[in-house]
Design a protein around this ligand. Structure first.
Ligand code: GLU
Length: 420
C-alpha cells in the first residue's frame, strides 16, 4: 500500500512519516513496520437521521481499529465538520502508540461522524448517535473495541451509545464505552482526567528543567473539557493564566484571569469572550503571545510553519491531538522549547478510561482520591521514562515517546507472529 491509499490525508501522512522515522531509529523489522503503517480494519457507514424538520439527512461516519495486538481497541469518537477516513485512521494510529506508551492493554481505535454538533439539537444528536452505534455495532464491545468521548462528544453521547448497544444485547453492558455518566457506571475523575494529566506532566517537565510551576504565565487554547480543567488546576497551583480562547474567540489579561469568575461567565454567556477586564484576542494571535507555558487544547494543526517561530512559550503542553505540524515541531525544537507530545501529555483521559473499564468489568468502583493518585503515578512514571530515553538517545520528547510506544506494539507483533 502507498500513501495514495484510501487512508490518505495530511494527518495520516504525518503519522506514517513519524512512524517511518522512529522505525528507522529503532531498527524495526521491515515486515512489522509495514503492518503498522495502516489500520487493521476500517468501517465507513452512512447514518440516516430524522431531523427536527421531519426530513431525513444522511451523515457519514467511521470507526477504525489500528491494531489489536495488545488487547481490544480503545479510542474516542469525534463529531466535527471536517472528519474523514484519513484523519480517523491517523488518530487511531496515535491511540495505539498512546495506549502502549501508557502500558495499557489496548490497541488504538478512533471513530468520527462528519457533522457540526453545534448545529444539531439534542434530539438530532441522540438520533445520530444511536444510529451510528447501530451501524458500527459489529466493531464494538467490551472485549472488542471501547469508544470514549473526543472532540464534539461527551458523557451524554456515551450514555446513548451504551444504551443502544445494551438494548441489542438484552442486558446492561457498561464496559462497551468509557466516559459515561457516573450513574450508569462512569468513573469518578474521568471528566477531569485529561486536564489533570496535563498538569502532572507539566509538574515533571518543570522539575526536570529546574523550574517551579507556580508563578508561570500560561496561555490555554480551548476551554472545553480539557482546557478548562487544566486552566482551573494550574490557576489553583498559583500559575497566572494570561490568555484563554474557545471557538468564539479569545481573551487576554496579563495580570491574570480568575478562573472561577471565568467559569461563571461561560456558564452565563456560553463563551469566554467578553470576560470583564480582558482584551479580546483572536485564536491565532493568542498562540504567539508572551507566556511561559502554552497549552493547545482545541483542534489539530494550530501551531504551524506560519506561527511557530513566534511562539514565545518555553514549554508547549499538547492537550489536543496533533496540535503541532511536523514543520512547526522542528522550529520549536530549534528555538529550544520543550514540547510535551500529545500521546504523553493528554493520555490522562485514556488512562482513567482504562480505570473505568476495569471498574465496570469488576462491578467495583474506586474513590476519586484513589483514581487521582493512580493517575498521577501512571503519568509521572511515563513522563520520566520518556524523559530518560530522550536524554539517553539525544532526542526530543516526541521522538522518545513514539519510540517507547511503537517499540511495545512491535514487540507484541513479534511474539504473536503472522497468522496463518
Ligand atoms: N479521546 C481521548 C483521546 O484521544 C480519550 C480516548 C479514550 O478514553 O479511549 O485520548
Amino acid at each position: 500500500m502507498n500513501a495514495n491509499s484510501e487512508f490518505d490525508s495530511e494527518l495520516h501522512r504525518t503519522a506514517i512519516a513519524q512512524l517511518d522515522r522512529v522505525a528507522a531509529r529503532l531498527g524495526l523489522d521491515a515486515d512489522i513496520h509495514g503492518r503498522l503503517r495502516y489500520p487493521r480494519r476500517a468501517l465507513v457507514v452512512s447514518i440516516p437521521v430524522r431531523m427536527d424538520s421531519g426530513k431525513t439527512e444522511v451523515f457519514v461516519g467511521y470507526r477504525v481499529h489500528h491494531n489489536t495486538v495488545l488487547g481490544p481497541t480503545k479510542g474516542g469518537l469525534r463529531y466535527a465538520p471536517d472528519v474523514d477516513l484519513g484523519e480517523v485512521s491517523a488518530l487511531a494510529m496515535l491511540m495505539s502508540w498512546k495506549c502502549a506508551l501508557m502500558s495499557l492493554p489496548y490497541g488504538g481505535a478512533k471513530g468520527g461522524v462528519r457533522c457540526d454538533p453545534r448545529k444539531l439539537s439534542m434530539q438530532e444528536k441522540e438520533n445520530l448517535t444511536r444510529r451510528y452505534t447501530a451501524e458500527i455495532i459489529l466493531m464494538i464491545g467490551p472485549d472488542l473495541d471501547i469508544p470514549a468521548p473526543d472532540l464534539g462528544t461527551d458523557e451524554q453521547t456515551m450514555a446513548w451509545m451504551m444504551d443502544t448497544y445494551s438494548m441489542t444485547q438484552g442486558k446492561s453492558v457498561p464496559g462497551v464505552v468509557t466516559g459515561k455518566p457516573l450513574i450508569v457506571g462512569g468513573s469518578a475523575g474521568r471528566r477531569e482526567a485529561t486536564g489533570r494529566g496535563i498538569v502532572y506532566t507539566l509538574y515533571q517537565a518543570a522539575r526536570h528543567l529546574g523550574q517551579e510551576l507556580r508563578g508561570r504565565k500560561v496561555v490555554v487554547q480551548g476551554f472545553g473539557n480539557v482546557g478548562a480543567v487544566a486552566a482551573r488546576l494550574l490557576w489553583r497551583e498559583g500559575c497566572t493564566i494570561v490568555g484563554i480562547s474557545d471557538v468564539k474567540g479569545g481573551i487576554w489579561k496579563p495580570d491574570g484571569i480568575d478562573i472561577r469568575q471565568l467559569e461563571a461567565h461561560v456558564a452565563e454567556t456560553g463563551s469566554v469572550t467578553g470576560f470583564p477586564g480582558s482584551e479580546p484576542i483572536s485564536n491565532s494571535d493568542l498562540i504567539t503571545q508572551p507566556c511561559d507555558v502554552l497549552i493547545p487544547a482545541a483542534v489539530g494543526g494550530q501551531i504551524h510553519e506560519g506561527n511557530a517561530d513566534r511562539v514565545k512559550a518555553s514549554i508547549v503542553a499538547e492537550g489536543a491531538n496533533g496540535p503541532t505540524t511536523p514543520e512547526a515541531d522542528v522550529i520549536l525544537r530549534e528555538r529550544g522549547a520543550t514540547v510535551i507530545p500529545d500521546i504523553l501529555c493528554n493520555a490522562g483521559g485514556v488512562v482513567v478510561s482504562y480505570f473505568e473499564w476495569v471498574q465496570g468489568l469488576q462491578y467495583y468502583f474506586w474513590r476519586e482520591s484513589e483514581i487521582t493518585a493512580r493517575l498521577q503515578e501512571v503519568m509521572t512514571r511515563a513522563f520520566n521514562r520518556v524523559w530518560a530515553l530522550g536524554s539517553k538517545e539525544g532526542v526530543d520528547l516526541r521522538t522518545a515517546a513514539l519510540m517507547e510506544g511503537i517499540k511495545r506494539v512491535a514487540e507484541g507483533y513479534k511474539v504473536r507472529g503472522l497468522y496463518p
